[in-house]
Design a protein around this ligand. Structure first.
Ligand code: FAD
Length: 375
C-alpha cells in the first residue's frame, strides 16, 4: 500500500482513483475540474463492444468485450458507494440502414460480427419498427444487438466523484506541468506533490506534461467529436416528467453511408453523435457538423424535430496510432499509464481501473492487459 497520485479527472482517472482507494491506497487525484471536463463529459455513454467492432481490429474487440463483462458489477458497486443512479441501461442497441446501399453495408458488417462470434441478429424493417416505434417508415432494416448497453456518462462522473470522496480520495484542482523522477508532480501554479506511484490518465492533455520523454508512450492524437444533447419539448418541470420518451434503446444508423447514433436518457432526453475528425486540439462547435448530425438523426427518427436542442459540444478522443489504449508500467520508475482509450473510454473504465489496481499492487495482470503495456 502506498501514496498514489492520479493525473486526470475524466472517467479513467476517477475510476482508477476510486478503485485504488477502495484497495487501501492513499490516493490524490489532480485535475483542473475533476468529473466535469474532458472527453468523458462530452461522450454519449454507449457500452458497445459489438457495434464498435471495426474491420481489422479483432484484438481490440476482445478487449471491449472484456470491458463490457465488468460493467454490471461495477455499476452496482458504484451506485451503492455514491448513493445515486448512473442510468446504466441494458435494453440493447438497434443499428439501422436508411437505403438499400446502407442495408448492404450492414449485411457486410453483420457477417463480420458473426465471424467474430458476436451476438447480433438481422432484422427486417418492420421488425425494427416493432422494437423502436419512433423509427422512420423509410428504413430498409437493421441489426439487433442485445449486448450493447449504455450509461448516463455525466451521472457516472458525478457518482465517481462522490464515491472517490467517500472512499477518502483527496481531489486537488490543478494542472500538472511536470512529472519528476521520484516520482513527483509539479503543478502549473508551482505546488509540488510526491508519491510512491503516479497514474497518468490525462487524456489528450498528456503530451503537454513535461518529463515524459523516457516513458515509452506512443504519440497521442486528439480525434474531435461533435455531439448534441436534446431534451423533451415543454417546460422543464411536471410536463416534462410525463412525456413518453421517444426512444428507450440506443439506435445507431447508416444514412447514405454516414454513421449517426441516438442514445436515450431516462428523463426523455437523448444524445446524438458523433463526428470523427482529425483536426488537432480544436473543440470549436461548427454549424456544419451540428446540421449534419441533426439531418441524419431526423432521417432515422423524425420525432427528433420536436425535441429541444439543449447543447452542442465537441470533445477530443485520446487516440494512439493503433487506436488501442496503453495500460501498464511506463519506462519511468513508479509511473503507470492508463491512456489512449479513444472511442471506448467509458466502456473500458472498469477494466482499466481493475488493471491499474493490480499493477500498483505488483500483481500479475491478464494477457489481454499485458499486451497493452507501453514500455
Ligand atoms: C464525442 C465523443 C463521444 C464519445 N462516446 C463514447 C461512448 O459512447 N462510449 C465510450 O465508451 N466512449 C466514448 N467516447 C470516448 C471517451 O469519452 C474517452 O475514451 C474517455 O472519456 C477517455 O477518458 P479519459 O479519462 O482518458 O480522458 P478525459 O475524459 O479527456 O479526461 C482527461 C482528464 O485529464 C485532465 N488533464 C489533462 N491534462 C492534465 C494535466 N496536465 N494535469 C492534470 N489533469 C489534466 C483533464 O482535465 C481531464 O480531467 C466518446 C468521446 C467523444 C469525444
Amino acid at each position: 500500500m502506498g501514496r498514489v497520485q492520479v493525473v486526470g479527472g475524466g472517467v479513467i482517472g476517477l475510476s482508477c482513483a476510486w478503485e485504488l482507494s477502495r484497495n487501501g491506497h492513499a490516493v490524490t487525484l489532480v485535475a483542473p475540474a475533476p468529473g466535469c471536463e474532458g472527453a468523458s463529459w462530452v461522450a454519449a455513454g454507449m457500452l458497445a463492444p459489438v457495434t464498435e467492432a471495426q474491420f481489422g481490429e479483432s484484438a481490440l474487440t476482445a478487449l471491449l468485450l472484456e470491458g463490457a463483462r465488468r460493467w454490471p458489477a461495477f455499476a452496482a458497486a458504484l451506485e451503492k458507494a455514491a448513493g445515486h443512479p448512473i442510468g446504466y441501461d441494458t435494453t440493447g442497441t438497434l443499428t439501422v440502414g436508411l437505403n438499400a446501399s446502407d442495408r448492404a453495408s450492414l449485411d457486410d458488417l453483420l457477417a463480420y460480427q458473426h465471424s467474430l462470434g458476436l451476438r447480433a441478429e438481422r432484422r427486417s424493417a418492420s421488425e425494427c419498427r416493432a422494437l423502436v416505434p419512433a423509427l422512420s417508415p423509410a428504413l430498409r432494416g437493421g441489426i439487433e444487438v442485445p449486448g450493447d448497453h449504455h450509461v448516463d456518462n455525466r451521472a457516472l462522473l458525478r457518482a465517481l466523484v462522490r464515491a472517490c470522496v467517500a472512499a477518502g480520495v483527496t481531489l486537488v484542482e490543478g494542472t500538472v506541468a511536470t512529472l519528476e523522477p521520484g516520482p513527483g508532480l509539479v503543478l502549473a501554479d508551482g505546488r509540488r506533490l510526491v508519491a510512491d506511484h503516479v497514474v497518468l490518465a490525462a487524456g489528450t492533455g498528456l503530451p503537454a506534461i513535461a518529463g515524459l520523454e523516457h516513458a515509452g508512450l506512443p504519440a497521442l492524437r486528439p480525434v474531435k467529436g461533435h455531439v448534441l444533447r436534446l431534451g423533451p419539448p415543454g417546460p422543464p418541470d411536471r410536463l416534462r416528467a410525463r412525456t413518453v420518451p421517444l426512444l428507450t434503446r440506443t439506435v445507431r444508423g447508416l444514412v447514405r453511408g454516414r454513421s449517426v447514433y441516438l442514445v436515450p436518457r431516462r428523463d426523455g432526453s437523448m444524445v446524438i453523435g458523433a463526428t470523427v475528425e482529425e483536426r488537432g486540439i480544436d473543440v470549436a462547435v461548427q454549424a456544419g457538423a451540428v446540421h449534419e448530425l441533426l439531418c441524419d438523426a431526423r432521417e432515422l427518427v423524425p420525432g427528433v424535430d420536436e425535441l429541444e436542442l439543449v447543447e452542442a459540444a465537441a470533445g477530443l478522443r485520446p487516440a494512439t496510432p493503433d487506436n488501442t489504449p496503453r495500460i501498464g508500467w511506463t519506462g519511468l520508475d513508479g509511473v503507470v499509464a492508463a491512456v489512449g482509450h479513444y472511442r471506448n473510454g467509458i466502456l473500458l473504465a472498469p477494466l482499466t481501473a481493475a488493471a491499474v489496481v493490480d499493477l500498483v499492487g505488483r500483481r500479475p495482470v491478464a494477457p489481454l492487459i499485458e499486451a497493452l503495456a507501453p514500455a
